[in-house]
Design a protein around this ligand. Structure first.
Ligand code: MSP
Length: 432
C-alpha cells in the first residue's frame, strides 16, 4: 500500500506560525501513521515564492526577491525538524525543476486549446493574489482580508475552467469523500450548482509583475501564482515521467485549511482534467485556529510561536494538543490555558498516572520484570472486558485516524487509558 500527503506550500511573506505548524504536524502525523502500518509513503511540503505579495514583502524588507525568498523559505525548512516533522521532499516554486514542469504543463494545456487571450477588468486582492467577482465581495471588500480590492483592467491569458464545471460537479457527487469533511464538499457543490463557473485568469503582464514563471508561449507574461503553486503537488513527484508520480499520484491526498478551499477544490481538479491527469483522491480541509474568536494570522498580528510552546510543554505534548483539541473541519480556539488543561487532564492525570502506577507496581511486586499474563480462566470477566476494550480502542483509533478524525481517534485511545485506570482502581492490587 502507498500513501501520499501534501500540505499547502506556504507564502514566504512572513515567518511560520502556529497555523502553518498545525497543518504540517497533521501531515507528518498521518505520514508516520501510514508508515507504522507498513505503507510506502511520500510527504511533501514547501514554500510558494512567486507573485505580487512576495515582491512587496521583499521591497519592504529592503531585499531583492531572491535574497528575501531564500531567507524566509529557510525559516520554514529549518523549523520543521525542530517540531519533529520529517517531509520526504521540501519543494520551492523557485526550484528550476519545478519551473520547467510548470512551463511543460502550460504548453500542454495551451496546445490543446484550453488557454485563450482576452481583455479583462476585475477586483484584485493582493493578499489573496486573485480576482474577485462583484458577487464574491462583502460590502465591496475582500472577504478574507477585509480590504478594498484594486480594480485592474488588462489583457491576459485565461484557462477555460468553465468547460469542466459539469465534470467536476459530477465527480464530487460520485465520490462522497473526494472533499472531506462533508461541510466543505457541500460548500463546493453549492458553489458549482449556483451559477456559471468563470474562466481563470492565469497570467500577469511582466510590465506589472516579473517575479514569476515565464509563459512558454508569450515572453511578455508570467504565470499566475496559483497556477504555478498548485502544480507543486505533481512536480514534487517528478511529473511527467518520474517514478514517484506513477507510484504516488493515484493515492494523492491534500491537506489545507478552508481559506484555500476554492483553489484546491475547483482550480486544481479542473487543471488536472485539462492536462489529462487523474484527480487527486482526497482533499482534507480543516478549520482555523482562532485567538479570541478571530483567525490567527500574520496580517492580524495575533500569531502564536510554535517553538516557544514546544520549549515550554515538550514536543509530544504540543503535538498531542493540536491533534486532540481541534475537531478536524471545525475552527478551534487557541489559548495556553486550553493547552495546560489538556496537559493536566489527559497527559499528566490519565496517561501519566497510568504509567506511573503500572511502573511502580511492576517494581514493587515483580522486581521490575514484566510478569507473564495469566490464563483467561484465572483472570476472570474483568480482564476479558479489558481485552475487548483494548482491541476496540486500537481498531477505532486506526479507522478514525485514517479518516482524518484525529480528535475522535485520540478519544478512542483514551477509552483504553481510562479503562486501565479504572481496572487498577477496581482490582486494587495494593490490597490483594
Ligand atoms: N501559498 C498559498 C498556498 C498554495 S498551495 C498550492 C497559501 N499560503 S499561506 O502561507 O497563506 O498558507 C495558508 C495555509 O496555512 C492554510 O491553508 C493552513 O494550512 C495554514 N494556516 C494559516 N493560518 C492558519 C490558521 N489560523 N488556522 C489553521 N491553519 C492556518 O495560502
Amino acid at each position: 500500500m502507498r500513501f501520499f500527503i501534501s500540505t499547502p506550500i506556504y507564502y514566504v511573506n512572513a515567518k511560520p506560525h502556529l497555523g502553518h505548524a498545525y497543518t504540517t504536524i497533521v501531515a507528518d502525523s498521518l505520514n508516520r501513521f501510514h508508515r507504522a502500518l507498513g505503507h510506502e509513503t511520500f510527504f511533501v511540503t514547501g514554500t510558494d515564492e512567486h507573485g505580487d505579495k512576495i515582491v512587496k514583502a521583499a521591497a519592504k524588507a529592503g531585499q531583492t526577491p531572491r535574497e528575501y525568498v531564500d531567507e524566509i523559505s529557510a525559516l520554514f525548512s529549518n523549523l520543521w525538524p525542530e517540531l519533529g516533522i520529517e517531509p520526504t521532499a521540501f519543494i520551492r516554486t523557485t526550484d528550476p525543476a519545478h519551473i520547467a514542469c510548470v512551463q511543460e504543463m502550460l504548453s500542454r494545456v495551451h496546445a490543446q486549446g484550453d488557454i485563450y487571450f482576452d481583455e479583462y477588468g476585475g477586483h484584485y486582492c493582493y493578499g489573496c493574489e486573485r480576482f474577485y467577482t462583484e458577487k464574491e465581495l462583502e460590502n465591496g471588500l475582500c472577504p478574507q482580508h477585509q480590504v478594498a480590492p484594486e480594480y485592474i483592467k488588462e489583457s491576459n491569458y485565461f484557462f477555460r475552467m468553465s468547460r469542466y464545471q459539469g465534470w467536476l460537479a459530477e465527480h464530487i457527487r460520485q465520490n462522497r469523500d473526494f472533499i472531506r469533511p462533508e461541510r466543505y464538499r457541500n460548500e463546493v457543490l453549492s458553489l458549482l450548482e449556483s451559477g456559471a463557473l468563470e474562466d481563470l485568469c492565469i497570467s500577469r503582464p511582466k510590465s506589472r509583475l516579473s517575479w514569476g514563471v515565464e509563459l512558454p508561449f508569450d515572453r511578455d507574461y508570467v504565470c499566475y501564482v496559483w497556477f504555478d503553486a498548485l502544480l507543486n503537488y505533481v512536480t514534487a513527484l517528478g511529473w511527467p515521467d518520474g517514478e514517484g508520480f506513477k507510484n504516488f499520484w493515484p493515492v494523492a491526498q491534500h491537506l489545507v485549511a478552508k481559506d484555500i478551499l476554492k483553489p484546491h477544490a475547483v482550480f486544481w481538479p479542473t487543471m488536472l482534467k485539462a492536462a489529462g491527469l487523474e484527480p487527486y483522491q482526497h482533499l482534507n480541509v480543516h478549520g482555523y485556529w482562532l485567538v479570541r474568536d478571530t483567525k490567527m494570522s500574520k496580517s492580524l498580528g495575533n500569531v502564536v510561536e510554535p517553538l516557544a510552546l514546544k520549549n515550554t510543554y515538550g514536543l509530544g505534548a504540543f503535538r498531542y494538543f493540536l491533534l486532540r483539541e481541534m475537531h478536524f473541519g471545525h475552527d478551534a480556539g487557541f489559548s495556553e490555558e486550553a493547552l495546560e488543561a489538556r496537559f493536566d487532564a489527559d497527559l499528566a492525570n490519565d496517561l501519566g498516572n497510568l504509567f506511573n502506577r503500572v511502573l511502580a507496581m511492576t517494581h514493587k511486586y515483580f522486581g521490575g520484570e514484566v510478569p507473564e499474563p495469566g490464563g483467561a480462566a484465572e483472570q476472570g470477566e474483568i480482564v476479558a472486558e479489558l481485552r475487548t476494550l483494548a482491541l476496540d480502542a486500537v481498531r477505532n483509533y486506526v479507522t478514525l485516524f485514517e479518516r482524518v478524525e484525529f480528535s475522535k481517534a485520540l478519544e478512542a485511545l483514551w477509552e483504553l487509558v481510562r479503562g486501565l485506570n479504572r481496572f487498577i482502581d477496581q482490582s486494587a492490587p495494593w490490597a490483594l
